[in-house]
Design a protein around this ligand. Structure first.
Ligand code: SAM
Length: 231
């Protein structure tokens, strides 16, 4: 049943004809988004948690869930005992993330906040995760965002982007993924080698290296995970 509802919600999101319609579709889906995407096999929060916990003792320093959306990533990290700050620009999404608090987070703690994940006011973190929050950024802007986050990150950053697969690139180029001109924001496909190259060339990311990258595909979903760590 969840699977049917999730497919219907996906159709509404993909069928939105304007930014306002897209925002409304996301807001309408937010309340049940986490359980329904989980029913579609959405594994990313678990995989990212496994990567992050190789570099940080999650029950120690604070972690930033940058662009946290409905909070699935924050909740998974907190379940491992982490102290998490989840930040998102969209107040209506943060309302859904924060509403059912307290989540079943065991020893962990989450604060959800409306704001810009790139703002320095949030302080410093042991690790930052940006799960699908950079997928609408042009590659240069995504690398700038990582450079900004790196200044406040002690150990590791794990982020995802939309891989430049032949199929995705074709759909994107022909407008079939986002067919209407007033559809925004659209997903920007990025080649892993290209973003790794840009990261290596950014002076602010001196002392960081790209460690692992992995494609995650399941059903409706494809994403490319990447981690960069302080060397
Ligand atoms: C595709 S959603 C992913 C949400 C969540 N991380 C997830 O995977 O379910 C991208 C989110 O990133 C947020 N975002 C993008 N840039 C941001 C910024 N500079 N500061 C805070 N949030 C941002 C958007 O508001 C949006 O909710």
């Amino acid at each position: 049943m969840d699977t049917d509802k999730a497919h219907a919600a996906l159709d509404t999101v993909y069928g939105a004809g304007s930014t306002d319609a897209l925002d409304a579709a996301h807001a309408a889906w937010a309340a049940s988004y986490d359980s329904e995407t989980a029913s579609l096999g959405y594994l990313l929060p678990f995989l990212i948690t496994a990567w992050v916990t190789r570099y940080v003792a999650v029950d120690e320093g604070p972690l930033l869930d940058a662009g946290c959306g409905t909070g699935a990533m924050s909740i998974e990290l907190a379940r491992r005992g982490a102290d998490v700050l989840g930040i998102d620009l969209a107040p209506e999404i943060i309302r859904f993330a924060a509403e059912p608090m307290p989540h079943d987070t065991g020893a962990g703690r989450i604060e959800f906040k409306v704001g810009d994940m790139l703002s320095r006011e949030h302080g410093a973190f042991d690790a930052v995760v940006a799960m699908d929050s950079l997928i609408h950024y042009q590659r240069g802007d995504a690398v700038l965002a990582l450079s900004s986050l790196a200044r406040r990150t002690r150990h590791a950053m794990v982020f995802t982007f939309a891989p430049r697969t032949p199929l995705l690139s074709l759909m994107h180029a022909t407008g079939r993924l986002f067919p209407r001109s007033d559809r925004a924001p659209s997903i920007v496909p990025v080649r892993p080698e290209a973003i790794a190259h840009d990261i290596a060339g950014r002076p602010e990311l001196n002392g960081w290296r790209t460690h692992r990258t992995e494609r995650v595909s399941h059903g409706f979903y494809t994403s490319q995970m990447m981690e960069i760590v302080r060397s």
